[in-house]
Structure formats: structure tokens, C-alpha cells
Design a protein around this ligand. Structure first.
Ligand code: SF4
Ligand code: SF4
Ligand code: SF4
Length: 575
């Protein structure tokens, strides 16, 4: 049924919007952006920060545009003196207890509070709040929390709740309210899975990744080290945003050129080990189908999802693929095969992965595989290194990855989007089961729907698949399997809504971009375009896979492949 339309005026501009629309949303139709701090599309809408206060006919006093619905004939004013003075006062009160360390803050020039303070000409010292200093939480390898910069907007709490993890919440009363884990324990003692969705939701510099940039700079200037960088599939679809390029621009060539100018010995393509993951995972799936080993099989390339299972659903551990993630496979491959082939002592090789993810910082410290990767840096950290090194990113020519790990398939490229691992695995698994199966496009598993399902018939086998992104949706799937409501054979889970393109290590964008852009879709489109342009679309068609298996592993799931490319999981009884 078509929604009833409501007609109103915003700053004298007539707009017509469906009934139930908020003033904030309606204003966008008039091309007017109302300032926000606590509101974030798809994440948080509580009307608590009071930055979006506007005047509206029929309302008593100022109203919060993010939660106030429009009505027929309403007249809204968004920039009256009353609105501006109210917002200015709000900002001055926030600043009264904000640690103003802008010069060294990683959100300098990219901070919502700073942008608004400038716009409203605030006096940052008008009110002097009580001085109390909260400890900075650096207890995890992925998230750093500096609550003295926090403005209590609660976006991080909403992001974590949306993940159904609920590791953080408000603690204390009145002036002493701050965000933390239960009983004010360090984050490392909480149920946090490291997805970093709280970081990308934060409007200020209170949350950031635990940076390892300094270690990477040190390695780059150490003459005894060979330094190798490799970049995850989705980084090329987002890095340009840190240099003001449009969302969804694929900057693969410039990214390689920029990293090369940082001075490593080699720049490799992690899409190669995305292909390798598919070779191993597709073979494992076929083996499980044939032998009746625990089904369904879940993908294992998302470390936040793995942590979630280990903590909350250890009964599902036998269902996780034993494949390491592409990041860990690359590190392990470099320190075994590549070092042997090139006569390099693995001790002298320093491996840097560039990832869209904060959980991968934790993954490379896991006991089972801590020797594979030496430093994992996020897209944001790479952008910072490029800027610090004075590299003119937008002016760079396109350059190519170094051999032998340059060429990858379209299947590897789409790993960064929800459904991408499933589609890549189906391309190869179906072909392995039936050599005449030539389908390359599995449209039903694409797109940003939270849960997607499909059934395929391959070589007489019915394969029921599901794809979920966001941990609340993963929880739904687990409940449905356990209750017997749903039956699947193969399930892809990515912790971040939309997959790695929307990972916790991706560039932080301003509210005006995030609230008005289909971020996940635009970034994913860049990867699918790269897939369709690639002559090689199935991982098993990659010439690099032929070389790696002929030279070293023999065949997928061989004993040697298991030793180097697979891992184990264990229950974590913190709940
Ligand atoms: S990293 Fe993820 S799980 Fe941890 S606090 Fe942030 S949103 Fe919650
Ligand atoms: S840490 Fe950031 S997102 Fe969380 S409440 Fe503070 S300012 Fe808001
Ligand atoms: S979905 Fe991707 S970015 Fe997000 S936690 Fe998992 S691996 Fe990391």
C-alpha cells in the first residue's frame, strides 16, 4: 500500500514526503542538512545530543529533528537565531569536559565536533567542567578507548547493540557518566569481538584502532629486514575516500604505487590468498558433503565471527571451516613457500597486511598463528602513512602488484562484500563436483540484505546456502539451525553489516556522507565491477593456484596444506 504523503515547508522550501518521515529526513529532500552528533543512519536514532533542534509550527519549543515526525502544513525553520544559539550552547557544554588535544588527535580535520565548533563559532573555554581524568583503555590489540575525548553520544553503544554483542554501555551517574564494559573492566575482559563497528560510528577521536604504524616504520628502515606488504580485497574500494575521492572508487593501481613509495621490498595482492582460501574451503565442503562430517559448514575468514562463536556458541566450533583467513594464509605462505623458494630466513621477513578490519589485528596475535603476520594495519592507518610520507596519492600513476602474487581472479576480488566468499566458493565447488558446471554468477547471494538464502543442484547434490552479515543476523541463523527451523549445507558469515567493505578499519566518513550515501552498496559495486572485468572469475582457474599447488602443496586439503593453511579453534568460556 502506498504511504500517505505529507506536505510541509522547510526554510520556505515546499517538500512532500511519506507520512512518518522525520524532519531530518524531510530536510534532505529540500537539500538542507541539519547538524547531528548522536544520530547515525542505520545505527543510532535517540534524539539525545540536541544538536538537531529546530523550530516547527505546532510544537512547543525546539524539537529534535531526528525523531520528530512531519505533519501536514508544518513549517520548519532550521537555522533561526534560537536554533543557532541552542546548538552553540550545547557544543560549549560538550567542550567543557572534552580533552582538546586536536593537534595530535587522529580525527583532526575529520571530527564532527571540531567541524561543528568551527561552524558555530564556539568559545571552547566558556564553561569549565570538573577535571577528572579517565584511563585510556589499550587492553586489546584492536580498539583504543580514550573516554576524555568521548561526548557520550552513545553511537558506539548502539553499534555494539546492533551487533547483538553488547560489550559496552554507560557507567556511572551525572557528570561522571562514561562508556565502558561491565563493572568498568578493561575491554579485553569483556565479550567484545573486535569488529570495530563502534570506531567507525564514533563522531570524535574517542575510539581508534590500536595502531602498529610505528612498528611498520621501524621495520621499513631496518636494513636486516625484507618487508612485504599485501592488501585485502576491499581496501582498494575504500582507500580513495581518505583522499577525498568519491565513495566506490577503485584505487587499486594508486594504492600499489603509494605503498611502493613507502619503501617495502614487495607489494602483493591478498586476492591471491582469497583464491587460495576458496581452493581449500571448497575442497573441505565437498569432503564434508561426501563424508557426512558436521554440517552445515560455516566460513571462517572473519575473525570477529570466529571470536563470537568461540565465546557465545562453542557448540558450533565443529561446523567452522578449518581454513585460516586469507590474511593468515598469506603470512603462512610467505614464511614457508616464498621464503624457501627465495632463500630468505623467515626471521628476516617482516609481513605487513593492510586490512579493512580491526579484528584482524587480534587474529594475527592468536597463539595458533602468531608467526604468520607481523603487523596488520587498517585502511585508515595506511592512509595516514601515505599522508605522512608526503605521497601525492591522487596524482600517482596506476602500478601493478609484484609477481608471483599479483594475478587473482574475480572470485578473490569479491571477498570484500557480503555474499562474495559464498559466490566465489560456489563457482569453484560446483566446478570441482561437476566439470561441466559453468555458472559464474550467483545473484541470489549478492546484495546487502541481512540474510540471503538459495538452493543449487550440483552433480545430483542439493546445496542449501545462506549468507548473513552483522552478528545479530548470525545469531538468528544459529537459532534457526539449532531449533530445526532451517537446514543449510554451507553458510557465510561476516561480522560487519555488508561485509568487509563496511569493516571497522575503513575510513571514517562525516555524518553528512554516511547519512546520505548507500555506503555498503557503493563500495561493494567497485568489487563486483572488478570481478566482471576480470577474464579469470573462478579461483580454480587462477594460474597462480596451479603454480602454488604444483610447486608446494600438491593438492587442496593435502597434509602439507593442512599444516600451513588450516587452524584450530577453542571454546572461550567468558560468558
Ligand atoms: S569492537 Fe565490536 S564488539 Fe567490540 S565494543 Fe566495538 S562494536 Fe562492540
Ligand atoms: S566513544 Fe564516541 S561513539 Fe561512543 S559515546 Fe563516546 S563519542 Fe559517542
Ligand atoms: S566482516 Fe571483514 S572487516 Fe568485519 S570483522 Fe569480519 S573480516 Fe573484519
Amino acid at each position: 500500500m502506498q504511504a500517505k504523503m505529507v506536505n510541509l515547508k522547510i526554510n520556505n522550501i515546499s517538500v512532500s514526503v511519506p507520512e512518518g518521515t522525520t524532519i531530518l529526513e524531510a530536510a534532505r529532500k529540500a537539500h538542507i542538512e541539519i547538524p547531528t552528533l548522536c544520530y547515525l543512519k542505520d545505527v543510532s536514532c535517540v534524539g539525545s545530543c540536541r544538536m538537531c533542534l529546530v523550530e516547527a509550527t505546532g510544537a512547543r519549543g525546539l524539537v529534535a529533528a531526528c525523531v520528530y515526525p512531519v505533519s501536514e502544513g508544518m513549517e520548519v525553520r532550521t537555522n533561526t537565531e534560537k536554533c543557532r544559539q541552542s546548538r552553540k550552547m550545547t557544543l560549549e557544554l560538550i567542550l567543557s569536559k572534552h580533552k582538546k588535544k586536536c593537534l595530535s588527535c587522529e580525527r583532526n580535520h575529520n571530527c564532527e565536533l571540531q567541524k561543528l565548533s568551527l561552524g558555530y563559532s564556539v568559545d571552547e573555554d566558556r564553561f569549565k567542567g570538573e577535571d577528572f581524568v579517565l584511563p585510556i583503555d589499550t587492553s586489546t590489540p584492536y580498539v583504543v578507548r580514550d573516554n576524555d575525548k568521548c561526548i557520550n553520544c552513545m553511537r558506539c553503544v548502539a553499534a555494539c547493540r546492533k551487533q547483538n554483542v553488547n560489550a559496552i554501555g554507560p557507567i556511572g551517574r551525572g557528570f561522571h557518566v562514561h562508556i565502558g564494559s561491565a563493572f568498568d573492566m578493561p575491554l579485553s575482559e569483556s565479550v567484545c569481538v573486535g569488529c570495530g563497528q563502534c570506531i567507525v560510528a564514533c563522531p570524535v577521536g574517542a575510539l581508534s584502532e590500536n595502531s602498529t604504524i610505528e612498528n611498520v616504520w621501524k621495520a621499513l628502515s631496518d636494513p636486516t629486514k625484507q618487508v612485504v606488504f599485501f592488501t585485502a580485497p576491499s581496501v582498494r574500494a575504500t582507500l580513495g575516500e581518505a583522499f577525498d575521492m568519491p565513495v566506490g572508487t577503485n584505487v587499486e593501481g594508486k594504492m600499489v604505487a603509494a605503498i611502493r613509495r613507502l619503501g617495502p621490498d614487495h607489494v602483493f595482492n591478498m586476492d591471491v590468498t582469497a583464491d587460495l582460501t576458496i581452493m581449500e574451503e571448497a575442497s573441505e565442503l565437498i569432503n564434508r558433503i561426501k563424508t557426512g562430517k558436521p554440517m552445515p559448514m560455516f566460513t571462517s575468514c572473519c575473525p570477529a565471527w570466529i571470536k563470537f562463536v568461540e565465546q557465545r556458541h562453542p557448540e558450533m566450533i565443529p561446523h567452522l571451516s578449518s581454513c585460516k583467513s586469507p590474511q593468515q594464509m598469506f603470512g603462512a605462505l610467505l614464511k614457508s613457500y616464498w621464503c624457501e623458494k627465495n632463500g630468505v630466513d623467515p626471521k628476516n621477513l617482516y609481513v605487513v597486511s593492510v586490512i579493512p578490519c580491526t579484528a584482524k589485528k587480534y587474529e594475527c596475535t592468536r597463539e595458533e598463528m602468531k608467526d604468520d603476520v607481523d603487523a596488520a594495519i587498517t585502511t585508515r592507518e595506511l592512509a595516514r602513512m601515505i599522508k605522512t610520507a608526503g605521497i601525492k596519492f591522487t596524482e600517482l600513476p596506476d602500478e601493478e602488484f609484484d609477481n608471483p602474487f599479483a594475478t587473482a581472479t574475480g572470485g578473490g576480488a569479491i571477498f570484500g562484500a557480503t555474499g562474495g566468499v559464498m559466490e566465489a566458493a560456489l563457482r569453484t565447488a560446483a566446478h570441482m563436483m561437476d566439470g561441466s558446471f559453468e555458472v559464474l554468477d550467483f545473484f541470489a547471494v549478492r546484495g546487502t540484505n541481512p540474510i540471503k538464502e538459495a538452493t543449487y543442484l550440483v552433480a545430483g547434490n542439493t546445496i542449501r546456502v545462506a549468507v548473513a552479515s552483522g552478528l545479530a543476523n548470525a545469531e538468528t541463523i544459529i537459532r534457526q539451525i539449532e531449533s530445526g527451523e532451517k537446514k543449510y549445507d554451507f553458510i557465510e558469515i561476516m561480522a560487519c553489516p555488508g561485509g568487509c567493505v563496511n569493516g571497522g578499519g575503513q575510513p571514517t566518513l562525516s555524518d553528512s556522507v554516511r547519512n546520505n550515501t548507500e555506503l555498503k552498496e557503493s563500495r561493494a559495486k567497485a568489487l563486483y565491477t572488478s570481478d566482471t572485468k576480470n577474464e579469470l572469475r573462478r579461483s580454480s582457474d587462477s594460474p597462480v593456484m596451479d603454480v602454488i599447488y604444483n610447486d608446494y602443496f600438491g593438492f587442496p586439503n593435502s597434509h602439507k596444506a593442512h599444516e600451513i593453511l588450516h587452524t584450530t579453534y577453542h571454546a572461550d568460556k567468558r560468558i
